[in-house]
Design a protein around this ligand. Structure first.
Ligand code: PDD
Length: 275
């Protein structure tokens, strides 16, 4: 692969970052993952807006303009002939001798690379387990401190399942790397309201807008695992999985373990509108 590091394109073997980089030492950095469909970026504007917000919340700015950043995204898609997959972008505060205080004049590190992945293949439903949400309190900032969700995903794997839904104070926050939804018997879509407890998903925003256009009823509020187990459907959304059905929660199958119509429909329409 050709990757991008601090202004230069190079083969991935040649790409290096300092051992003093604060992304490495303190997880002092933020990231974005943007889907690529038919060689085109999906919802770049949404991702760059969230990126600027994440940086701002950590008292950082953009190392390059959003126009230049868009150009880097496009150049990497071209150089890697990426048709379908994702672009990963990470910006850290940069390298300085280890110190808990933010350095004043460190030069930010910016890294981008592509990942080829099928996004449009038909999805079999996910089986999820619930795990305690042990992450920090600012999940609205898309930082690279992903050890807790990584551990949660390993717990799912150890249980023979696909993913975990994290639970705090009795309510589902979100999936390890996606936002979580249920559909009630009345056909209402429930997903947790935005706050510092969850990441404000770009796919979430797009799917809720779509649902409104399709006259589907949506309620943004927390829900429990027990309520989810009684739902007729469940699903998750993320840039790299679009709308993905969930068919089992803590060993309870929803609607006989079959992929539901709401998730299927939203996924199809989301893909159509993103093309
Ligand atoms: N994760 N919640 C969490 C905790 C996430 O990490 C993500 C995305 C989402 C969905 O956000 P969006 O729709 O903007 O992708 C929700 C990315 C894909 C990742 O870490 O790979």
């Amino acid at each position: 692969r050709t990757v991008y590091v601090n202004g230069s394109y190079m083969p991935e073997e040649n790409a290096t970052v300092s051992i003093f980089d604060r992304g490495f030492l303190f997880a002092d950095g933020v990231y974005e993952v943007t889907a690529v469909l038919d060689g085109k970026l999906v919802d770049y504007a949404g991702h760059v807006t969230r990126l600027e917000r994440s940086l701002g919340e950590l008292q950082m700015g953009m190392p390059i303009s959003s126009e230049e950043l868009l150009e880097v995204h496009r150049e990497l898609i071209k150089r890697n002939n990426l048709e379908e997959g994702a672009l990963y972008l990470q910006i850290t505060r940069g390298a300085e001798d280890r110190n808990f205080l933010f350095p004043k004049d460190a030069k930010q590190t910016i890294v981008l690379f592509t990942q080829a992945k099928s996004l449009t293949a038909e999805k079999s439903g996910l089986r999820v387990i619930s795990v305690p949400d042990i992450r920090w309190g600012r999940r609205d900032i898309k930082t690279v401190q992903l050890l807790a969700p990584s551990m949660a995903k390993m717990m799912a794997k150890a249980a023979g399942k696909d993913d975990s839904w994290m639970v705090q104070d009795g309510f589902v926050t979100e999936g390890t790397s996606n936002n979580a939804y249920i559909v009630t018997k009345e056909g209402k879509i429930i997903t947790r309201n935005l706050s510092t407890s969850i990441l404000h998903g770009i796919t979430r925003a797009a799917v809720l807008k779509l649902a409104a256009e399709l006259d589907m009823e949506v309620e943004e509020r927390p829900f429990t695992i027990e309520e989810a187990q009684q739902a007729v459907e469940a699903f998750v959304t993320a840039a790299t999985s679009f709308v993905c059905p969930v068919v089992e929660i803590d060993n309870v199958e929803l609607s006989g373990g079959k992929v539901g119509p709401v998730a299927t429909r939203l996924n199809q329409i989301y893909i159509e509108e993103s093309r």
